[in-house]
Design a protein around this ligand. Structure first.
Ligand SMILES: NC(=O)C1=CN([C@@H]2O[C@H](COP(=O)(O)OP(=O)(O)OC[C@H]3O[C@@H](n4cnc5c(N)ncnc54)[C@H](O)[C@@H]3O)[C@@H](O)[C@H]2O)C=CC1
Ligand SMILES: O=C(O)[C@H]1O[C@H](OP(=O)(O)OP(=O)(O)OC[C@H]2O[C@@H](n3ccc(=O)[nH]c3=O)[C@H](O)[C@@H]2O)[C@H](O)[C@@H](O)[C@@H]1O
Length: 442
């Protein structure tokens, strides 16, 4: 089937390559000419395990191409929308200008297809009510053109795997029964390979589909802030939050996942999605339903301040004249995404308070050096730690989890480690002569 993917960022580029991997003929459209040039040359513009391989393979097979010209999507039957929905500048609500622009640009090319309806398929994360409004504009383009809302649940670092083998697929379909049936059949054909593997597919209305996405991210953010709140209690009592998380996680109603206490959640999604959800609830007059998310957000912010305090204590009460090595710049391992990264935020704060900060990240390092010439970016952990008074592990890359405390001790001025992700074995580091300071653990 001929498919277009509009918006080729972390979500869209991976989606385009994965759709080609499923055998479809795909064109990815983006307004960023540099990104399109990089993708067209088979070079991933961001770090995502496994992505570059499927990108290059499908370009070579002639099933995948990228363009800045919307005219190149004219023959596609299915148009996925994956443009960004960041926070509006200075506010909490989602900025829909990119979704609106993408829809405006695709509308002139929407026409009924000989093989059934033409579909616009929304994947971007949007406030509830957006799909219904877009559906009206799309329906005005002509008969046989419909909108399905198909939220995306992929995690960065696992994006390829999550796209090809998701936990579930959700379709928000039009209220009109025959439009719903016909458009569902087209999207089923796109995902035929996944559906054959019995991946659950839930069909619902637009509003439910939109809410499923923000509800899932809100639940995940709440789990993280819950365990970070428990870390605050553990710190006040000398208890160990990692043991607490393990013990409650044995109850499979709770589960072990997403209970890693630390410097909290960041990235291009969880923080802005819970804020946009609160803003939308306010517009709908049900803001009270989500006041708990304010606390989730506040707990998350506090963890960053707390990490700064742990480092200040380690530095002897002041950062002035002290060198701090920061291990990690990306918001999570196996990604080079630094959007709302706790690691980078903490590094900025510490630098702003007078420390000499040297930062290193296995994937984000080169991008950081380019974007932030004011920062000292080191090649690896040993180079960053040379002469440091404090070492902070803020993104739990394997390279950092596997560090040898004896070897690293030889590089630093003072062997004091702040483990902001509880990723290290405190006993091993203490045995090697380090002062170990974790999050919510003695
Ligand atoms: N990054 C992720 O892991 C996931 C993201 N999402 C959602 O997907 C959406 C996209 O997120 P990301 O890929 O992370 O953002 P991104 O910022 O990496 O990519 C967005 C892309 O859209 C392009 N764009 C903007 N306006 C355009 C237009 N009018 N026409 C064509 N292209 C245009 C930009 O140049 C950019 O390349 C957001 O709504 C996000 O919440 C959902 C699930 C996972
Ligand atoms: O909407 C989105 O964009 C995506 O947002 C998250 O995915 P992602 O942001 O890639 O990363 P996560 O693995 O969820 O991690 C988010 C943040 O939480 C932190 N985290 C995660 C788990 C945990 O136990 N503790 C914790 O602090 C991570 O370090 C990271 O900063 C969701 O997990 C995806 O399902 C969703 O599709």
């Amino acid at each position: 089937m001929q498919i277009s993917v509009i918006g080729c960022g972390y979500l869209g580029a991976v989606h385009a390559a994965c759709m080609a991997e499923l055998g479809h003929d795909v064109v990815g459209i983006d307004v960023d000419a540099a990104k399109v040039a990089s993708l067209s040359a088979g070079r991933a513009p961001f770090h995502e395990p496994g992505f570059e391989e499927i990108l290059a393979r499908n370009i070579d097979a002639g099933r995948l191409r990228f363009s800045t010209d919307y005219a190149d999507l004219a023959d596609a039957q299915v148009h996925f929308i994956g443009v960004g929905t960041p926070q509006v500048p200075g506010g909490y609500a989602a900025d829909l200008q990119y979704v609106d622009a993408a829809v405006d640009s695709v509308i002139p090319y929407l026409k009924a297809h000989p093989d059934g309806p033409t579909l616009v398929v929304g994947k971007s994360t949007v406030p509830v009510g957006t799909a219904a409004a877009l559906a009206k504009r799309i329906a005005a383009a002509g008969d046989g053109v419909h909108l399905i809302w198909n939220p995306e649940f992929l995690r960065e670092g696992f994006a390829v795997q999550d796209t090809i083998a998701p936990d579930r697929i959700v379709y928000g379909v039009p209220a009109d029964e025959s439009a719903a049936r016909a458009s569902q059949a087209v999207l089923d054909a796109v995902f035929a390979d996944l559906l054959e593997r019995d991946i659950p597919r839930l069909v619902t209305d637009y509003a439910t589909a939109e809410l499923v996405k923000v509800a899932a991210n809100s639940f995940l953010a709440t789990k993280i802030s819950f365990i970070n709140a428990m870390a605050e209690l553990c710190e006040a009592t000398g208890a160990d939050v990692t043991e607490l998380a393990e013990a409650i996680g044995f109850d499979d109603r709770i589960g072990k996942k997403f209970l890693r206490a630390g410097v909290g959640f960041g990235g291009g999604c969880l923080p802005k999605d819970i804020r946009a959800f609160m803003a939308r609830a306010g517009e709908l007059g049900v803001d009270q339903a989500l006041t708990f998310l304010r606390e989730v957000d506040a707990i998350n912010d506090r963890r960053r301040d707390h990490a700064v305090e742990l480092a200040r204590r380690a530095a002897g009460g002041t950062f002035l004249g002290k060198k701090v090595a920061v291990l990690g710049a990306a918001f999570k391992p196996d990604s080079d995404d630094m959007r709302n990264s706790p690691a980078l935020d903490i590094a900025n704060t510490i630098a702003g308070q007078g420390a000499e900060v040297v930062i290193t990240d296995p994937a984000a390092g080169p991008k950081l050096a380019e974007l932030r010439p004011d920062m000292t970016v080191a090649e690896d952990a040993h180079a960053a730690a040379a002469g440091a008074d404090v070492v902070m592990l803020l993104t739990e890359w394997r390279q950092f989890r596997d560090l040898d405390p004896v070897a690293l001790k030889a590089a630093v001025r003072t062997p004091w480690i702040v483990d902001g992700r509880n990723a290290l074995d405190p006993a091993a580091w203490r045995a090697a002569g380090w002062t170990y300071s974790g999050i919510g653990r003695p």
